[in-house]
Unconditional design. Structure first.
Length: 352
């Protein structure tokens, strides 16, 4: 008995159909269907002969593979890994395989992954996270930036697209109400008696960071507790960025407790954890010397001590929504997802 793999021609011959009919029955077709009785005969013959379809042939026949591409900035960041879990859960329900790419915050890598998904004829692609540059909003100028152009070309070739976090041109997006959530947090903290604030604002030009910063500072200004411009510190959108910015803030105070802000808001949770570490490493404590709040409510950070006050965003559910949107199964586009303020021990009520 030959060890050579069974070919599609052998299946067609054994089933008594043409090669084209066998191909359409097994691989599918973007334009033509096969009669039900013929399709069942071909499939039964393929099972009996232990025929293995060629994935590339299936993609060519159907026009798309069963792959869904997910592009994130940093898979080690719990924000993105939680979104990825939601995407994977929704993709599994649809019989799709998720291919995950991490850009390490490189716009060039992000663009390269989109081009790769187009060449590989992925069924859909999801981009998660904020970004810098001309593609960072719905009004990016008269000519689209390179990322918007690449995503539009992917759509034009038959693929589907969804974004998480912020819009790019008119592409479908599951947007997060970052400014509203930060404003709600500011009002809640003001209600606890805090009046002197600082903000670890992430990188300059990063839209998610900017929305959270302006939402927070704008609400405080309306409450009569404006944040001084010097107390809004730019830094990387990472744990180490939060650590360094907090160290700078402490060193600038000269060690005098009264010169520190009462509360420091970091525009994401991982930055807040870095800030809390910097407070400890300089011989101080949270919340005794300075209170700290974050944004996102990353589930892997819920056991930090003291518990971190934050804005809870349903990240896994957002991943599922984006997958449904990418596959044309959802009407969520244009409806921002709102967060919920969660008060914990890192921001106790101030006496008096």
């Amino acid at each position: 008995m030959s060890d050579a793999p069974v070919t599609l021609s052998q299946v067609a011959r054994e089933a008594g159909v043409s090669l084209a009919t066998a191909s359409r029955a097994i691989n599918g077709s973007a334009t033509r269907s096969v009669r039900a009785d013929l399709r069942e005969r071909v499939l039964e013959t393929a099972r009996r002969l232990d025929y293995s379809p060629d994935p590339s042939a299936q993609a060519m026949a159907r026009g798309r593979t069963s792959a869904l591409g997910l592009v994130v900035h940093d898979i080690a960041d719990p924000y993105f890994s939680t979104i990825a879990a939601g995407v994977a859960r929704a993709a599994e329900r649809e019989g799709l395989i998720v291919t995950l790419s991490s850009t390490e915050h490189s716009p060039e890598r992000e663009l390269a992954f989109v081009e790769l998904a187009r060449r590989q004829r992925s069924r859909a692609i999801i981009l998660a996270g904020g970004r810098l540059g001309p593609d960072s909003g719905p009004d990016s100028g008269p000519a689209p930036g390179p990322l918007e152009a690449a995503l539009s070309a992917f759509q034009a070739a038959g693929g589907r697209v969804a974004l998480i976090g912020q819009p790019i041109g008119g592409l479908p997006v599951v947007e997060i109400a970052n400014a509203d959530g930060a404003a709600d947090l500011a009002r809640a903290l003001h209600g606890l008696g805090y009046r002197r604030f600082a903000v670890l604002a992430g990188p300059a030009g990063h839209r998610t960071a900017a929305d959270r910063t302006t939402g927070f500072t704008g609400a405080l200004a309306e409450l009569g507790a404006p944040v001084a411009p010097d107390d809004v510190l730019t830094c990387p959108f990472t744990r180490d960025g939060g650590y360094s910015a907090m160290r700078d803030l402490i060193e600038r105070s000269g060690g005098a407790p009264d010169s520190l802000p009462e509360l420091v808001f970091a525009v994401n949770d991982v930055m807040a954890v870095g800030a809390m570490a910097a407070v400890r490493d300089t011989g101080r404590n949270v919340p005794g010397d300075v209170a700290v709040a974050g944004f996102d409510d990353i589930h892997t950070l819920r056991d930090v001590s003291p518990g971190l006050t934050t804005v809870r965003i349903p990240l896994a559910e957002i991943g599922e929504l984006a997958t449904d949107l990418a596959l044309g199964r959802s009407g969520q586009a244009g409806t921002p997802v709102h967060g919920e303020v969660v008060l914990r021990d890192s921001t106790p009520r101030r006496a008096g």
